[in-house]
Structure formats: C-alpha cells, structure tokens
Design a protein around this ligand. Structure first.
Ligand code: SAH
Ligand code: SF4
Ligand code: F3S
Length: 484
C-alpha cells in the first residue's frame, strides 16, 4: 500500500515499474456467498441484495466487516444466525419486494427464535426507526454509511436489544476495507470510487438515502485495481452515481485528481485489465474523459449516459440541469471523439405533466442517439422528493405503462439495428464463463459492452481474451466463432 502519501507522479512511476501492491441495473434479491468460507468463523450470515451496483458493492463491504467479526457467509437461509437484506428504495416496487422477503424471513425466525434480522441500505435509510415499528421481525436497521457499526449492532440484537444506525457521513468511503468478493466470477469486479449524490433530480430518492457526494482516495482505488489484477481479475467497473464529478485532493500537496485522471491511473495498472465505469451524468461528462477513453485501448468504448427524457421542459421539471440540445451535443462529442463508442441510457416515462408530444420527443431521442440498450421505467413517486412535494403525479398508470411499452419497442428496434451493424465484424472479447443456454458455449463481452455467445474452443478459458467473428444476431445478443 502507499504509506507515505506519495504524489500522483509516484503512483504513475510505481505503475510503470509494476511494484505497487495492493463501483442502473436493478438487480433483484441475489444471494451472494463465498465458496470457501473461513473455517475460523463460528457463526453464519445470509445476505440478499437488491438495487444498483453500488448496493451490490456495499454488500461486499458488509461481508468483509462481518467476516472480521467471526461470521462466515452462507447461501442457506435456514442455517444462518443472521439474515441481512440490503435494500433499494428507487421505485415503489423495489420496496414492496423487500416487504415480501421480510415475511419469508419471518417464517424462518418462527423456527429459530435467536435469529437476528437486519435491514441495510437505502430503504433502511429512508424509513429509519419507523422500520422497527412497521416490521416487528426486524432487529437492526443500518444505513449505507454505518456498516462499520454492524458487529456492535448485531451483538446488541443477540442480547435482545433492537438497534438503529442511519447516520449519514460526509467522509465515509470505506476506503480501507477490502471488499469480500461474494459470488464473483473471479474475472470482473466492482470498485466504488465515490458515494452519495449532490444532484437533486426531482424524482430521485438517492440523495436522501445515500447522503452527500464524496470521492474516495485515488491511491486506494488504484491499489484495489492492482490487487484485483494480481488475483487474476481482468475487468474492473468504477462505480459512482455521477462518476464525472469525481474529485479527490491529495491531503498534503493539494494536488487534484479528476475522473479523467483517475481513469488513466486505473488503465495504467495493466493493458490486460479492462476498465468500465458508470454512471456518467450528461451535465458533467467532459471531453477530457472522452479523450482518455479514446487513448486507452483497455478503457471500454461504452458510455452509460442516462437521458431520462427527450423533452427540455420535462428535463427542467426533473431538475436534470441540462436540456435536449446540451444532451445531443454530448452525444455528438462522444461519437466524434470515440467513433465506435456504444451509448446506453436510462429513461423514465410518464413523469408529472408529460404530454404525448413530449413522450414522442423521448422516442425520437432513442433513435437519434442510437442507444445500444436502455434501462426503462415508468415514473414512481417517491416520498420526500422534490417532485412528490411540488408536482402532482398526474399521468394515469395505464398511460405511463403504455408509453413505457412504446419506448421499449423502439429501443428493441434500435438494439437490433445496432447489432445488425456488427454482423461480419470481429471483436476482442473477454470470456466470462458458460453461456446461459449451453455448457458447450462461452459468453463474453466486447469493448462496447455487448454480450457475445460462441462455441468453446480448446485452449480458451474464462478470463482469457479472444477474437470472435460475429455471424448471427438477435436484438439482445451477438453470436459468432472464435478466430485465431
Ligand atoms: N445516478 C444515476 C441514476 C441512478 S438511479 C443517474 O443520474 O443517471 C437509476 C435510474 O432509476 C435513474 O437513472 C432513473 O432512470 C431511474 N429512477 C430513479 N428514480 C425513479 C423514480 N422515482 N421512478 C422511476 N424511475 C426512477
Ligand atoms: Fe438520483 Fe440524479 Fe443523483 Fe442520479 S444524479 S442518483 S438520478 S439525484
Ligand atoms: Fe441504488 Fe436503489 Fe439505493 S438504485 S443507491 S440501491 S435506492
């Protein structure tokens, strides 16, 4: 590790000599555990995770904290002494799922009275101690910045004392905690580079559940990437709600590290370590970042640039702080600076007062920007947000859903067209493992983050790079064969 507060130049030098040692997809209830839990552990915890990659990354921090207090992870709920659920509040449905899971845990607890049940994450932060009143089976409620306090809270609960810690911090980045890579394929890993969000998009609960934005020390990020590479990982995904506003200052010489500089530092770890990042905010994404992506072969040519709406009036109500023209200019810059870059998006349909014409503008944006894929949602009012306080949620659910279905159709056509443009091309692919459908086929991703499925070939294993010629496509997948 870097003990003597080195300068950024020192890190660059170390990278060159190779002696240094050692973050809007909505995932649902995945159970993560280690294949070989520590034998020294005397107790077992079971954890389910919901929501975005940041939450899954936090689950790995939680696992590390619990492991150091003598808990091993298990995938079997019934054999655990502690059940944790890392929750998401982004839409109403996400919270409903959590409540349903709690009723399942309740059944297990009836047969096992000593079992401790803890709610973590964004819903814990949003509801705070109300959780204990609303859900009698919950013993502890812990917000995203309070995970260091988990062992103490669990110990208290074991003695019958319910506990809540939902303090948000301006400093906590868990920089010194080495995440336990639960359920990892050993090839790709998340690295959280920042926490919280200072934007106030009017629909969004995240600023309330995750607190103020703070960036993690560049040293510890680079060290984590190097450590992962040394352990055989081939891809890191740098995570933050708004990675472009990453800004870290060296404690001694006040040198600033921007996101573009951080990207370059991580890319310099090794040419065989692929670097991805998410999420880029249209108002903050700089040409510097684009030039860095273009310069490094190992930084993937893929940018997740959520538009949310194609209408400038709706964007203003959403408080996104950019308009349609600004967004289009950013997209043009991406295609100018990184010609083969893939762009994906997040879209919300039926936001307060959205007209049919404004909905058409969003449809036009999907086609104009040539998104390779999008995460698409209908608007779900969240308590406490600016929109909930200021605007009436006036678009009927059927209309929201119909507009969503229309956007999904248009995106599917765009994805198909984009994949058709890839027919006959050859891509460098990182093999991730077996394809979902067949053990005789591998699945991997190309530089543009597209999934490619191809028959296995002797001499190639997961974690290897190979070149795949695309000879068949669907709207979701490219198919091909390894070429030597
Ligand atoms: N920081 C990221 C977004 C994180 S939340 C960004 O600014 O782009 C992931 C996505 O969930 C958002 O991009 C948005 O499309 C969606 N989302 C957030 N709040 C929502 C709500 N109240 N209703 C429906 N979708 C929402
Ligand atoms: Fe939410 Fe906006 Fe922050 Fe993204 S940038 S997390 S949408 S407030
Ligand atoms: Fe992520 Fe859901 Fe929280 S999207 S930041 S887990 S509200």
């Amino acid at each position: 590790m870097y003990n003597n507060n080195p300068t950024i130049e020192d890190i660059r030098d170390e990278l060159k000599t190779g002696h240094n040692t050692p973050l809007s997809e909505d995932r649902q209830g995945e159970v993560l555990s280690l294949e070989n839990p520590s034998e020294a552990a005397t107790k077992k915890f079971y954890i389910e995770s919901y929501g975005c990659a940041m939450n899954f990354s936090d689950t790995e921090i939680v696992a590390s904290v619990m492991a150091s207090s003598g808990y091993a992870s298990t995938r079997i709920m019934e054999e655990s002494d502690l059940i944790l659920i890392n929750t998401c509040s982004i839409r109403e449905k996400a919270e409903k799922n959590v409540r349903q899971r709690l009723s399942v845990f309740n059944k297990v607890k009836k047969h096992k009275p000593g079992l401790v049940i803890g709610v973590l994450g964004c819903m814990a932060e949003r509801l705070k101690s109300k959780f204990l009143d609303e859900e009698k089976i919950v013993d502890i409620v812990v917000g995203p910045d309070a995970y260091r306090d988990l062992p103490g809270l669990v110990a208290g609960a074991e003695e019958g004392n319910k506990g809540v810690n939902v303090l948000l911090s301006r400093e906590e980045t868990y920089a010194d905690i080495s995440p336990l890579r639960l359920g990892s394929n050993g090839i790709t890993a998340f690295i959280s580079i920042m926490r919280g969000c200072d934007n106030m998009c009017s629909f969004c609960v995240v600023p309330f559940t995750r607190g103020r934005e703070r960036s993690r020390s560049a040293f510890t990020i680079v060290a984590e990437a190097q450590d992962l590479f040394d352990k055989g990982y081939k891809e890191v995904m740098l995570l933050g709600q708004n990675v472009d506003s990453y800004k870290w200052q060296h404690p001694e010489n006040e040198e600033n590290v921007s996101f573009a500089e951080l990207l370059a530092l991580v890319a310099d770890v090794h040419p065989d370590l692929r670097v991805r990042f998410s999420t880029s905010h249209p108002k903050d994404m700089t040409d510097d970042v684009l030039h860095t992506v273009a310069k490094y072969e190992n930084i993937c040519n893929y940018i997740h640039l959520p538009v949310q709406s194609g209408s400038s009036r709706v964007l203003q109500l959403m408080n996104r702080t950019y308009d349609k023209e600004w967004y289009k200019e950013r997209v043009e810059s991406i295609y100018r600076i990184i010609p083969d870059c893939a762009i994906s998006s997040d879209i919300i349909t039926g936001f307060c007062t959205e007209t049919e014409e404004e909905h058409q503008e969003t449809i036009e944006m999907v086609t104009w920007a040539k998104y390779t894929m999008s995460y698409m949602f209908y608007y779900s009012e969240r308590p406490g947000t600016l929109a909930a306080r200021k605007y009436e949620d006036d678009i009927p659910l059927e209309v929201k859903k119909r507009r969503l279905a229309e956007i999904v159709d248009v995106q599917q056509e765009e994805s198909l067209k984009s994949n058709q443009r890839d027919l006959g091309k050859t891509f460098k692919v990182l093999i991730e493992g077996n394809s979902k459908k067949s053990e005789l086929q591998f699945k991997g991703r190309n530089d543009q983050n597209k999934v490619i499925v191809f028959p296995k070939l002797d001499g190639f294993e997961p974690g290897d790079y190979c070149h795949v010629h695309v000879d068949e496509i669907t709207s979701a997948t490219l198919k091909g064969n390894i070429v030597k």
